[in-house]
Structure formats: C-alpha cells, structure tokens
Design a protein around this ligand. Structure first.
Ligand code: BGC
Length: 360
C-alpha cells in the first residue's frame, strides 16, 4: 500500500498529475456529416501531444447510442467527458450519469439543455454565425429596393445552436423584412412575426418548425423543392437564401439552380467544408462561415487538462441552458466568400490547395 502510494506520488511529481485508464471521453454526434469527421481528425491530431489518453466515440444520430457510449466511458473511469450532443435535451440524462460518477462534463459545440450537470461549454460565437448570414445577404440587396425574395432555412430543432444561429440571422434580417426590403417566401410564421425584433424561444421554434432541414441533406433538398413548387414565378427570379450549414446549403443550392425561373441566387452556409469551398470557388455557394475547429479542439483539450489538474478553464461568457448559466469561452468566426477564400482557407493552412480546382 505504502509502495503503491509512493509510486503514485512519484508519477504525480513527474507527470504533474496522474494519468490512468482512458482519462478523457469524446463523444461526437455522427460520422455522416463531414463536419464531425473533421472534428475527429483534428482531435486525433491534437491528442498526439496532449499528454493524456482519450477515446473518440460516435453516436450516429441516436441519443440511446450516445448514452450507451457515455456509460461505456464512465466504466473506463474517465475523468472528463467532452460531448457534442445529438439532441441537446435528450443528452441531459447522459450528462447526469457522468456527473454522478464524478466526471466533469464539457459540452462541445452544441449545448446540453435542461440540466445542471454541464460544467463548461466550448463553442463558437453562434449568434455571430447567424448574423454573418444576415449581413451577407443584406450586402447583396440593391440599396433601397423592396420585395426581394427571401427563403429561410434552419437546423434541427433538437440542436440548441439552431436557435442561436436563427437569432443571429433574425437580428440582421428582421429590420429589412419589417420595412419590406424582403418578403419571406417560405414561412408564414416569419411573416406574421416580422415586426418583432426579438423573438421568444417559442416564436423561434414556430418558424424553425416550418423551415427546418433537421441538419439533413435530403430533408433540405425536399423542403427547397417543395418551397419552389409552391412559389409563384414572382417569388423566384433573384432569391436570397439563408441556409444553415454547408451540407444543407449545397442541397438547397442545387434545388434552386435546377429551377428555370430562378435567375440568380445568393446562399449562405457554415463549416468551410471542402465540398462547399469548391462550390464557392465555382460560384455555386455564395459564402460559408469558417469555424476553426482546431481552436475548438484546443479549447476543449485545455479545459479537460485544467479539470484534471483541479483547475477551472477560462470563462468569457455564459450560455443559459434552461437550468443553468453555463460558463463558456466562445470563439470568433470568419465569413468566407470567393474574395477571401484563398487567404482564409488555403494561406491559413485550414485546407491544402490540392483539395480544390480552379483556385486563383
Ligand atoms: C454545428 C454546425 C453543424 C450542424 C450540423 C451544429 O450544431 O455547430 O457546425 O453544421 O450542427 O451538424
């Protein structure tokens, strides 16, 4: 006993803190979207020099699988759980289990809702993501013009981020919906609420319910096609499309491009996915929002190390999850268009140039 204690103490002195078993569990939502494969790759890269053992598991869009993953990690005696919930509310049960087992819970990119069992939130500034979409579309509208066609799309209602993105977009678009610069063509709820600058979560949910893509490419495509089928010719021509991420943006852009009455479209996105960077170079997607996953991974790892050392990670803001103001450190985002794609994506080392054709 004495000897074990001595060895443990020695190890503590040498390593700074003791590592054993799997120390950090990382749970990501799905392998079916390039975004989360990217997070896995960037995690595995950063973990090489992180100095602790970790394991990455995927939930494949299934909250039950996510909970089973968390249980498996708890039985491996993890100290810290880094988890991006599939469904923000459903994940509360998994977070509670981890907390009961003495595990620190870091919500990664998406916030776990309606539980106090979340210690920290590493995230991007999601409000600014949505605002960047609105600002971009506004910058393309001819000054003083009225009646421009606006199509709104949103992420999954089970993802808290979908609400924050929408809130950011609404903050930029609503004044121009209210003054008639835009006509929202695919949501009568948005039209009914057009004079309200700040929406309640319930009002946001009403609009999101009409325009959700569920973060799914096929849903996005069929919703866009249904919207186009229902739209009269005068709701086409030049269109402004607020699309919630790159995967859904490409699906929606393809649907609009295939409609002979759509002459010009402007469409947003986020994630700087390789396929969307190519779409931007080719003029098929107008913008994306670069959320540098390397920074998010670094912040998550630093927070995990802080907890294992008995310290607290840095806090610059708080996000309410329905039960608690969760301490957080949101990271800034960058708008990427054809004009700055080379500088922000290639020159910054985010993606190598040989992934793309037609780059200037
Ligand atoms: C993430 C986005 C991602 C979307 C769909 C959001 O929570 O912040 O980066 O595109 O989920 O997976």
């Amino acid at each position: 006993m004495k000897r074990t204690l001595f060895i443990a103490l020695l190890f503590t002195v040498v390593a700074g803190f003791v590592f054993a078993d799997t120390q950090v569990g990382i749970v990501l939502p799905t392998k079916d979207e390039p975004r989360w494969i990217q997070d896995q790759t960037r995690f595995l890269d950063a973990l090489k020099s992180a100095g602790f053992s970790a394991k990455v598991l995927f939930s494949q869009g299934d909250s039950a699988k996510e909970k089973a993953n968390v249980e498996a990690l708890i039985s491996e005696k993890i100290k810290v759980l880094i988890i991006c919930p599939q469904d923000g509310t459903a994940a509360a049960a998994a977070a509670d289990l981890a907390h009961k087992a003495g595990v620190k819970v870091i919500s990664y990119d998406r916030l776990i809702r309606d539980t106090t069992s979340v210690d920290y939130y590493v995230t991007f500034d999601s409000f600014m993501v949505g605002k960047a979409w609105g600002d971009y579309l506004n910058s393309k509208v001819p000054a003083g013009s009225k009646g421009n066609n606006l199509y709104l799309y949103a992420g999954a209602a089970s993802d808290n981020n979908a609400f924050i993105f929408f809130e950011g977009a609404w903050s930029a678009l609503q004044p121009k919906i209210a003054d008639g610069t835009y006509i929202v063509r695919n949501s009568d709820k948005a039209v009914a609420l057009k004079n309200k600058a700040k929406l309640t979560r319930d009002e946001e949910a009403q609009i999101i319910g009409q325009v959700t893509t569920n973060w799914n490419f096929n849903d996005a495509k069929s919703k866009a096609e249904a919207n186009l089928t229902a739209a009269p010719k005068e709701a086409k021509g030049t269109v402004y499309i607020c699309a919630p991420n790159d995967g859904t943006a490409r699906a929606i852009a393809d649907a609009f491009a295939a409609d002979k009455d759509v002459k010009t479209y402007y469409i947003t996105g986020q994630d700087a996915e390789i396929a969307s960077i190519q779409y931007i170079i080719d003029g098929k997607q107008s913008m994306t929002v670069l959320k540098d996953v390397r920074t998010l991974v670094k912040d998550a790892i630093n927070a995990a190390v802080a907890y294992m050392k008995g310290q607290t990670p840095p806090v610059t803001s708080y996000y309410n999850n329905g039960k608690k103001d969760v301490p957080a450190k949101p990271t800034a985002i960058v708008t990427v268009t054809k004009d700055n794609v080379k500088k922000e994506i290639i020159d910054s080392g985010y993606w190598p140039a040989d992934k793309f054709t037609g780059l200037k």
